[in-house]
Ligand binder design. Structure first.
Ligand code: COD
Ligand code: ATP
Length: 339
């Protein structure tokens, strides 16, 4: 049920939420007798429990309360007295936030902030500071990367490097030709990515092989660029960051998430896929929760572009504070050379 909610990936597991509710109830009234129930549909025990008398609801869920009474009636149970509570206004709603106090607003406000603590990476030099930017297909990574470029970061696009490393004459070209054969070579003598894509995205074994050939060369090129930049912050944009284990070469991982429905509609509009093909592409990838679980900072490029920019600006300003702390010695990182 929670998957229909905005930024549901931030919602804690049901057991944690039950524990928090229980602690809250104990805190405000230790004598209270209560039972906290997990619900798997919009009604829960309210439609079957004959000991219940009263249902406390919010003004916006009155319809739900009436539906519960309808079902109780059909189940030969007495109707519940409905007690609607007034909604409390959000005193300072930001753009795209709800006008009432709500947990959606709390989740929106987490965007651009550190949601999982940053464990100092002592295996890489402290400068430049490396951000791994990842996320699912069409989740807005490139847009976020562009805002970061505007703010002064050096952005490395791994998709582009991936295309470069198997250009004719480059290190991976022969290896791909030997393994996949002439069928992947276009008339102009270059690798035909459309054909290669069709082969690897329909066969995991082939994708693993392609990755094993190409990833070490992408990483080498990324390290090369990092070693030669004069920027203080480098952003490595890679959809495959976490699958390739490149986060170990970063100080932080940032990710983008947008609702699944929106991703599918972008794939249909941007990539010209049918809805069925778009769903298949999304399902072939790790779920959005995977990216959020592994990320320190999350963006949701779902609304107007300027609002994405605001999320990125917030993250950037907070990042400057962390980098300053690192240089004051409050956070630890190795001084040594990158390897
Ligand atoms: C499979 C290939 C030939 C498809 O080329 P094509 O031009 O059609 O797509 P493009 O490179 O622009 O990638 C589009 C998207 O596909 C996804 N994707 C690409 N490679 C992979 C991969 N190895 N594993 C999972 N998803 C991938 C990403 O979401 C990416 O943003 C090409 O992506 C490729 O050579 N991939 C292997 C190298 C790689 O991992 N590159 C990604 C580095 S981030
Ligand atoms: N805030 C936004 N509002 C509306 N559309 C957006 C927004 N951000 C991105 N888009 C659109 O969504 C699509 C995907 O965005 P983008 O290319 O940045 O994603 P991506 O994660 O880099 O994609 P991929 O990895 O698939 O190349 C683009 O067509 C872009 O115009």
């Amino acid at each position: 049920m929670i998957k229909s909610k905005l930024l549901w990936e931030f919602i804690e597991g049901v057991d944690v939420r039950i524990k928090n509710v229980t602690e809250f109830l104990n805190d405000i009234c230790p004598e209270l007798e209560y039972r906290v129930a997990k619900i798997h549909d919009p009604f829960g025990p309210a439609v079957v429990d004959d000991t219940m008398q009263l249902l406390v609801i919010s003004q916006e869920t009155i319809q739900g309360g009436m539906k519960i009474n309808e079902i109780r009636k059909a189940n030969d149970l007495p109707e519940l007295h409905l007690l609607p509570l007034q909604l409390i206004d959000e005193p300072n709603p930001g753009p795209n936030e709800e006008k009432k106090i709500s947990s959606s607003n709390t989740r929106i406000r987490m965007l651009g902030t550190v949601i999982h603590p940053i464990i100092p990476n002592t295996k890489i030099p402290r400068s430049p500071y490396i951000i791994g930017l990842t996320g699912g297909i069409a989740s807005g990574k490139s847009g976020v990367a562009k805002h970061l470029t505007d703010l002064g970061a050096h952005v490395i696009y791994c998709d582009d490097i991936g295309h470069e490393v198997y250009k004719a004459g480059k290190p991976c070209f022969d290896a791909l030709l030997v393994y996949f054969g002439k069928r992947i070579i276009a008339d102009n003598g270059e690798v035909n990515r459309k054909i290669l894509g069709e082969i690897v995205f329909s066969d995991k074994k082939e994708l693993d092989k392609l990755n094993s050939i190409v990833w070490p060369h992408i990483l080498e090129e990324v390290e090369n660029i990092i070693n030669n930049t004069d920027k203080k912050v480098v952003v490595v944009e890679a959809a495959v960051m976490l699958m390739a284990g490149w986060q170990n070469r970063c100080h932080e991982v940032w990710t983008t998430v947008v609702p699944r429905k929106e991703v599918i509609s972008r794939l249909v509009n941007r990539n010209g896929l049918t809805e069925e093909q778009a769903v298949a592409r999304v399902e072939a990838q790790p779920p959005s929760t995977f990216f959020v679980e592994h990320a320190n900072v999350v963006f949701c490029p779902y609304w107007e572009v300027d609002y994405t920019r605001q999320q990125v600006l917030k993250a950037w300003e907070l990042l400057q504070g962390r980098i300053a702390q690192l240089h004051e010695g409050k956070l630890q990182c190795d001084e040594g050379k990158r390897h």
